[in-house]
Write a new protein. Structure first.
Length: 166
């Protein structure tokens, strides 16, 4: 009976006073992807506008929410979070073409690198490796590689993020 009473008291305390905002996600590891937060224009290596991206910190600072769109009607979103128990970053990407991409990885040598795979309707597995690199000039490079039919890594996307002017 005392155990239930104790749980009730703790539950009431949390309901009344809440938990400290950002406390669970304020450590350095949870902030490794903060360089990506912002409003961005995304350009291809030849300088053409590929799309726009908006990355915000949400859910008491524990989640980065990405919203990407192009002028041709393509759009997608991702949720990104640091899993402190496993010490890995996780991204779930979904888009208006029905793609679901689950990625995991880490911030190593000044870059965020996440890997995962997709399985097509015909059962074909494609591996993905995406690297985000913050540059000294404040831009960010997103380099996305996927495996081809022979299992070789090929460039799927190479984008340079530059902050939108306000």
């Amino acid at each position: 009976m005392r155990s239930r009473l104790g749980q009730l008291v703790i539950s009431i305390f949390i309901c009344l006073f809440g938990t400290p905002a950002f406390a669970a996600c304020s450590d350095a590891a949870s902030r490794q992807f903060d360089f990506w937060i912002g409003e961005w224009n995304v350009h291809t290596p030849d300088g053409k506008l590929a799309g726009t991206n908006r990355i915000t910190r949400e859910y008491e600072g524990c989640v980065l929410h990405e919203r990407y769109s192009t002028a041709r009607g393509y759009s997608g979103e991702s949720l990104n979070a640091y899993d402190a128990g496993r010490k890995v970053w996780h991204q779930t990407w979904v888009d208006n073409e029905g793609v679901l991409l689950l990625l995991e990885g880490a911030f190593v040598d000044g870059q965020m690198q996440l890997t995962g795979q997709t399985v097509a309707r015909d059962g074909k597995v494609t591996k993905h490796r995406i690297t985000w690199t913050p540059n000294a000039d404040g831009t960010v490079r997103q380099f996305w590689e996927s495996t081809d039919a022979n299992g070789q890594w090929v460039t799927a996307f190479d984008g340079r993020y530059s902050r939108k002017h306000e």
